[in-house]
Design a protein around this ligand. Structure first.
Ligand code: SAH
Length: 483
């Protein structure tokens, strides 16, 4: 099984940094079912190609299975596994390129955020649904898709096509996203998962699908196939993807009136029941946690009477947009370290078409919270919504100095996950987001917040966000600091 990833970025050898695999070396990675080898057939400044070759050992594959695994009897030994890019290739890719998939690159931290011209080649991909399905799955993600059915035997064209396609994807995509697309979609196209669907599959799907799966037009099919048609799992995955905040633009619009919404829910439920009976994944429309968080922050800002607010680590600008929609906020600023997030924010906010009167109230800029910056001063309130847990603990003191010491707004609102709540997320293992450096208990957050308040002359109060569970508390915790 072979997968090639080529780029013509300049310099093309950046690919080696991003993949964390040196272009001059041939590296082998043992898998429970065989060996994965990474090498570079070409590595010039103008063009660089990395290849992942997976050599499957059918006997190891049989032996590596747990005692609860299904029995393929003879097909355990005689099958297409050694040749076809299947879910095993996805497993190997997930393992060998783990760091690249997470979008991390210590040596060149600016690289993972940048889309790059990529061409991905898969000479033999089992594809139930044929070349059209491959196009339906990859095109919405920004890929140009060339999928050619591979004939059963070139000597006997009358035999027709095999179930394999030769797939070439081209596009300008971030490498981490490209790898996550493959990680999820290869087994979906193959549609014959070769390992048991374990509860942590939901977790893997949610993590790999973050940022693209929730909005994908074929997400029902993707989740159904990926999770081996287990509806309960698919529903959980969908609810969690919604909570992560891959929301669509419509959800930024003002809420519809409650009665109409209630009617819609009943109809939705009936439709969902019918869809489920027919084997479709029903739509889940929870009031996502990120929406409740935004509402809680807006409500608090109104309570304290803030009219100028800076959103620190504003991400894709959801809160900024919501503040601009409320005339009481006369000045609104959004700052983030990520240029990519700001570009998306500008697009979502429709900055280029914004009326002058609104545009005049808004400032968007790039900056880092760990460096003193004059542009952060002069606002009634600063918001740090789901940001502190993205900062390495040794850098937190710098953030405290910058926000509470230098910018020193009258109020600071900080929200962060409550780790005690995590067991309430079915199938979640580890932290909620792959970029979280920590998640705190209520006591840990309270201790940090009280200490910061003492050090910088603020008072702090705490508010739950989301359903306050009697045992483990709310999913999100908020600290409101006042000077
Ligand atoms: N506040 C937004 C985004 C939260 S995700 C929301 O609640 O939806 C965390 C954001 O913090 C990311 O956009 C990330 O780029 C940003 N961030 C992380 N470290 C940062 C730093 N040191 N300075 C500025 N922004 C940072």
């Amino acid at each position: 099984m072979l997968l090639t990833i080529s780029t013509t970025a300049t310099p093309a050898t950046d690919l080696g940094f991003l993949l964390h695999k040196h272009p001059d070396r041939v590296q082998e990675f043992g898998q429970s079912f065989g060996t994965a080898t990474v090498f570079y057939p070409e590595s010039g400044e103008g063009r660089c190609t990395a290849a992942l070759l997976l050599d499957v050992d059918p006997i190891a594959l049989v032996r590596s299975r747990g005692k609860n695994s299904p029995d393929f009897s003879l097909s355990q030994y005689v099958n297409d596994r050694p040749y076809a890019a299947s879910s095993l290739l996805a497993v190997a890719l997930g393992d060998v390129f783990r760091t690249a998939r997470a979008g991390r690159c210590k040596a060149r931290p600016d690289l993972p955020g940048r889309p790059m011209p990529l061409v991905i080649g898969l000479p033999a991909l089992p594809c139930r649904g044929g070349p059209e399905l491959a196009a339906r799955l990859f095109e919405p993600l920004g890929w140009a898709v060339e999928a050619l059915a591979v004939p059963l035997d070139e000597g006997f064209p009358e035999w027709g096509d095999s179930r394999y396609v030769r797939l070439t994807l081209s596009g300008t995509v971030r490498l981490a996203d490209a790898l996550n697309h493959l990680y999820v979609l290869l087994p979906v196209l193959d549609d014959g998962k070769h390992y048991w669907i374990a509860p942590d599959e939901v977790d893997k799907l949610v993590r790999a699908g973050e940022g693209w799966l929730y909005g994908h037009p074929e997400r029902g099919l993707i989740m159904r196939r990926y999770l081996g048609r287990r509806w309960a799992l698919a529903r959980t995955a969908l609810a969690r993807l919604a909570e992560l905040g891959d929301e669509t633009e419509e959800q930024l619009e003002p809420a519809v009136d409650e009665d109409a919404a209630a009617g819609e829910t009943a109809a939705d439920e009936a439709a969902a029941a019918e869809a489920e009976a027919q084997g479709d994944v029903p739509e889940v429309k929870p009031k996502a946690l990120n929406v409740r968080r935004r509402e809680a922050v807006l409500e608090t800002l109104e309570e304290i009477g803030a009219t100028s607010v800076i959103d620190l680590g504003c991400g894709q600008g959801e809160l900024v947009g919501a503040m601009l929609a409320r005339p009481r906020f006369a000045r609104v600023a959004g700052m983030d370290v990520s240029a990519m997030a700001l570009t998306i924010a500008a697009r979502k906010l429709k900055l280029d078409r914004m009326p002058d009167s609104k545009r005049a109230r808004l400032t968007l800029f790039q900056g880092a919270l760990t460096y003193t910056d004059k542009r952060l001063s002069g606002y009634d309130a600063a918001v740090l919504m789901e940001v502190i847990e993205h900062v390495d603990p040794p850098r937190l003191a710098a953030l405290e100095r910058v926000v509470f010491g230098h910018a020193r707004p009258q109020h600071v609102l900080v929200t962060t996950p409550n780790i005690e709540y995590n067991p309430r997320y079915e199938f979640l293992t580890g932290l909620r987001h792959r970029d979280h450096r920590f998640e705190w208990t209520r006591a840990e957050f309270a201790a940090w917040a009280s200490r910061v308040a003492d050090d910088y002359g603020y008072q702090v109060t705490f508010k739950p966000v989301g359903d306050d569970d009697p045992e483990v508390g709310p999913p999100t915790q908020m600290g409101v600091f006042t000077r």
